[in-house]
Design a protein around this ligand. Structure first.
Ligand code: HEM
Length: 466
């Protein structure tokens, strides 16, 4: 154990120090993290005497964090004190709550269904669902494209994961999950975990029961009639002892893998960045026209669409949907030479790390061409996480984002409404707080960019945008 060195951080304030800071952090984590970085550096704590809350940014400390998964464990929803046998406990019991051999076992049972070759089988479905959703767009109308993309990604998720295509069923499950996520992420649910009438905690438990019931019904039906979908593969998967996942485990894993909202968030930010960078947009449209000539992308074409790849990479850098994450110390340990007590919570942030000038030149510039040069390692650029819990759905997410973006850009120009306020905020995923409204135009429509206000003007350098 290293000798105790004074942990960087703000002065100790007895009793109310952490609760006050926690409220500020829960209300808006990204400004809080940015202040911690600016004032105290890449590792800090809000409780210097007993560092129970630690903040790490940048590749150096994140490498140590992810490189020691026995000491720093994942335990999603630990802060949410849920009754042990509740539906909420079952829904959140997937990979992101498992560690060690149990995690490795689930992961190896699930891996084949998410391997890039298996994922490629869903190419046609993604094209079909995307075109169906875009058929509802009319030139001249203004649409909340963040809502459109969430619905589209949910439909893709429902069809590929469960082979459910009825839009009524999709909308019902969408509504249930939306209700669950919004009540579960309300600060009051964490601060007042009381199962009493009218509380957001009770609403969360009720919504979880309905989601659990809906997912379980699909799984039971799939056992009898397997299809060409991910859940059927997970039901059939067996380990070396011939054992598979139990029904409760399947419910938890299906729920973990179902949340495609990160892909919707990444595409929303991409549309905004393309609106604000007309030259990048023109170049990308030229690339798509040359390779696809107006048709949807065929499997195997993506190697010939390098700018499409760079545009998505660059959006995931400046606006990583999973902008923050947590690990917990499983025992007394150390990080970066500082003592970390058992049960400490360690916060990390791809959003903050991706903006460090030591990792990326001119970090606030949206510059897809930076990806033609050398890239930082997986602890400096980590939109899909790192270490054993790195995103299992990475290949799937990249495939669906590329297909959707290639089709959208060839069918329409989605022009951001002039004067829009754009505030980047974490609401589970990183999203524009007030949404993104766009006018639907012909693809060769007006090339000017919208005037936008809000914290977007400090989140990215729009002054020099081309
Ligand atoms: C742009 C889209 C996406 C982003 C940015 C993203 C990001 C992430 C990140 C950062 C983690 C690690 C969390 C942590 O370490 O605490 C993760 C885990 C995970 N993601 Fe994704 N994800 C995306 C899409 C998807 C999709 C589409 C699926 C399913 C088809 C998926 C399935 C999973 C699963 C199952 C895990 C848990 C892995 C484990 O704990 O072993 N993700 N994702």
């Amino acid at each position: 154990m290293p000798s105790p060195v004074a942990f960087p951080g703000p002065p100790h304030v007895p009793v109310i120090g952490w609760p006050l800071r926690a409220v500020r952090m829960l209300a808006d984590p990204l400004p809080f993290f940015t202040t911690m970085l600016e004032r105290h550096g890449e590792i800090s704590t809000t409780s210097r005497r007993a560092p129970r809350h630690v903040f790490v940014f940048g590749p150096r400390y994140q490498r140590q964090l992810f490189g020691n998964p026995d000491a720093f464990i994942a335990d999603a929803f630990r802060e949410f004190r849920m009754p042990p046998r509740s539906a909420m406990a079952r829904l959140t019991a997937g990979l992101l709550k498992l560690n060690g051999p149990a995690h490795a076992r689930h992961r190896s049972l699930m891996q084949p269904a998410f391997h890039s070759r298996a994922v490629a089988r869903h190419h046609e479905t993604i094209v079909k669902v995307t075109n169906e959703e875009l058929d509802r767009f009319r030139t001249g109308e203004v649409r909340r494209v963040d809502h459109d993309l969430s619905r589209l990604m949910l439909r893709i998720g429902m069809k590929t994961l469960f082979d459910v295509a009825e839009t009524g069923d999709v909308d019902r499950l969408n509504g249930l999950i939306g209700r669950l996520l919004s009540s579960a992420s309300a600060p009051l649910t964490l601060l007042l975990p009381v199962n009493a009438p009218g509380t957001s905690y009770r609403r969360t438990l009720r919504a979880a029961e309905q989601v659990d019931d809906a997912v379980r019904r699909i799984i039971v039906a799939k056992r009898d009639a397997p299809g060409d979908d991910i859940i059927s593969m997970l039901i059939a998967a067996r380990d070396e002892n011939g054992e598979g996942l139990t029904e409760d485990e399947l419910v938890g894993e299906a729920y973990t893998a179902f949340c495609h909202d990160s892909s919707a968030s990444a595409l929303t930010w991409t549309l905004l960045m393309l609106d604000q960078h007309p030259q990048v947009r023109n170049d990308l449209c030229d690339e798509l026209a040359a390779e696809l000539g107006g048709a949807p992308p065929e499997p195997g074409v993506f190697g010939r669409l390098p700018l499409l790849d760079r545009v998505i990479k660059e959006t995931l850098r400046l606006f990583p949907p999973a902008s923050m994450g947590l690990r917990y110390a499983a025992r007394d340990t150390e990080l970066g030479g500082y003592r970390i007590p058992r049960k400490a919570t360690i916060f990390f942030s791809p959003y903050v790390t991706h903006r460090l000038p030591a990792v990326f030149d001119e970090p606030l510039r949206y510059a897809p061409d930076r990806w033609t040069g050398p890239s930082p390692d997986s602890f400096g650029y980590l939109p899909f996480g790192a270490g054993p819990h790195g995103c299992l759905g990475r290949s799937f997410a990249l495939l669906e984002m590329k297909i959707v973006l290639a089709i959208v850009l060839q069918r329409f120009r989605l022009a951001v409404v002039d004067g829009s306020t754009i505030d980047a905020k974490i609401k589970i995923s990183l999203v524009p707080d007030q949404g993104l409204s766009c006018r639907v135009e012909q693809p060769a429509g007006d090339r000017s960019r919208a005037a936008v206000r809000g914290n977007i003007r400090t989140a990215v350098d729009l002054a020099g945008a081309r």
